[in-house]
Design a protein around this ligand. Structure first.
Ligand code: UFG
Length: 326
């Protein structure tokens, strides 16, 4: 298939591109490089350096490249930032997303896989969280992702648009070539690895008084390759109708302290921590039920063990001490 990957120069987008190319698909990466990196565009993919808000450029790309389906990953994704600057999130994640949908309609492309998030659920009442759980986002990031999912539903009923929305839990890990390089970094595993490398002094644990076994937040970490494989399975089943799927490894999840202990074991370094205040908008526990995607698409995570996830991220960090070097 000929696939357009928006945000394909980003962390998850680069790995999705890698997996698509491995499977013999043709990929056009469409990215404005505001968050992504030129060096993260996987060789073998075509690259269009342009903005999603530019409908003209999108229409040209979709038509000229004879794109058959889109994987839409370009978005802003920082919960904290979204809470202080909601307009930025509505503009990029909703308004600009609609420019993409309209360009797709104009070009006769009606298949889309969308990067959504567990943040659509807000503070869940039950764990693990399945797709029937109420959606009640606690921040504009989750709200804008949910708004776009709803728009997709209406495009489906109005125009026969077919989509799969993948609600990611905590993406982590790396491949040999592609890893996580954010500026500023806000995610727990890369932050702990910075401490292991000596480029950061300590990890601040955002609260140790949560109602969890060790008092720190529990999350469901999923290897980025397992996440990427789910996109490819979803793409193959779009003809069957639009769907929403949760994506995590399930089980008991891992607390912040367990993640830090694992980073210590994998790197052999002492990770200095200090206890800070709770971070606004952090639910205490988020664990996915991924039974639906397992049953419907036959998806199975290969890297359920947190150690494997951290090992892959550590290898990438050692091989890329300056990230993508930009
Ligand atoms: N944490 C710390 N210290 C840090 C960074 C994180 O204690 O320096 C804690 C957080 O409070 C949280 C856990 O580590 O409990 C994981 O935090 P991340 O920032 O790595 O990930 P989040 O769970 O906040 O966010 C991820 C995605 C979001 C998505 C969310 C949905 O990055 O895009 O999952 O569950 F919205």
């Amino acid at each position: 298939m000929r696939i357009l990957v928006t945000g394909g120069a980003g962390y998850i987008g680069s790995v999705v591109t890698e997996e698509l190319l491995n499977d013999g698909h043709q990929v056009v990466v469409y990215d404005n490089l505001v968050k992504g990196h030129r060096a993260a565009v996987v060789p073998g993919a075509q690259f269009v350096h342009a903005d999603l808000a530019d409908g003209e450029s999108l229409r040209n790309t979709l038509k000229q490249e004879k794109v058959e389906a889109v994987i839409h990953m370009a978005a802003y994704s920082l919960v904290g930032e979204s809470s202080v600057n909601p307009a930025k999130y509505y503009q990029n994640n909703v308004v600009t997303g609609l420019v993409l949908l309209d360009a797709m309609l104009d070009s006769g492309v009606k298949k889309l896989v969308f990067s959504s998030t567990a943040a659509t659920y807000g503070e869940p009442r039950q764990q693990p969280i399945d797709e029937s759980a109420p959606t009640s986002p606690t921040n504009p990031y989750g709200e804008t992702k949910l708004a776009f999912e709803r728009a997709l539903n209406w495009y489906d009923s109005a125009h026969g648009f077919r989509f799969a929305s993948l609600r990611y839990f905590n993406a982590a890990g790396a491949t040999i070539k592609c890893g996580e390089d954010h500026d500023p970094e806000s995610h727990l595993i890369p932050i702990a690895l910075q401490v292991a490398r000596g480029t950061r002094e300590s990890v601040e644990i955002f609260g140790d008084d949560y109602p969890t076994p060790d008092g720190t937040c529990v999350r469901d970490y999923i290897h980025v390759v397992d996440l990427a494989r789910a996109h490819i399975l979803a793409l193959g089943e779009l003809g069957e109708g639009s769907q929403i799927f949760n994506l995590g490894c399930g089980g008991d999840g891992y607390s912040v302290r367990q993640v830090i202990d694992t980073v210590q074991e994998v790197t052999g370094k002492n990770i200095l921590t200090r206890i800070g205040a709770r971070r606004a908008g952090d639910p205490s526990t988020l664990i996915a039920s991924s039974e639906k995607i397992k049953a419907k698409l036959g998806w199975q995570p290969k890297y359920q063990d947190l150690r494997l996830i951290v090992e892959s991220a550590w290898k990438w960090t050692l091989a890329h001490p300056d990230g993508y070097g930009e």
